[in-house]
Design a protein around this ligand. Sequence first.
Ligand code: ADP
Ligand code: 5GP
Length: 191
Amino acid sequence: MSRTSGAELLVVAGPSGVGKSTVVREVVELRPDVWLSVSATTREQRPGETAGIDYVFMSRPEFETLATSGGFLESAEYAGNLYGTPREPVLSRLANGQDVILEIELQGARQVKAAFPEAITVFLEPPSLTELHRRLAGRGTEDESVIRRREEVAKTELAAASEFDYRVKNTDVVPTAHQLIRLIDGSAASG
Ligand code: ADP
Ligand code: 5GP
């Protein structure tokens, strides 16, 4: 990205419950100039989520129509629901020189890296598997069967960590957010 407009596209992935949403929200709190992409999804709205801010919630037919017309930069099915990054808002912000964060799952991260090799991909890792389970269960937004399904996906996701440009352990939210900001600003050590 930096070669054209000076803006960075940061892709944050990692297993469900690791703290991706929490950390990227902290990044935009600390750096309001960075734009967090709003994804579309067919999953049900959780209590506390705001339509149009946390996600654009849509039916499966609506999502599929948008996907067919090329409306998504990337899209994937995750634990029985469809998720996608609306293309136009991301491209226009990057073109205007604004840094953009995508918080997406593994298949989407691969699609973005294939289409935009300059994108910076980050895999957020949990301090331990026990802590990952504690966070996922502690969030209290899914029932046991959904948690089990997400933990199955998490095993595949954890195995793909080495595909990413950077691996960042999310021990404490604020220091982790600062690490991501350093990556956006190009001031992190490589690896
Ligand atoms: P994800 O977006 O990766 O599914 P969330 O951001 O929803 O994960 O976080 C899952 C749970 O873990 C939430 O209850 C959140 O408050 C908590 N959490 C996130 N980061 C941390 C952290 N560094 N330490 C302790 N708890 C965390
Ligand atoms: P959740 O249902 O917990 O909000 O999200 C489930 C998974 O979907 C998470 O790993 C999240 O990062 C991912 N996700 C959210 N939005 C998108 C998106 O636009 N595209 C893709 N590929 N994954 C997404």
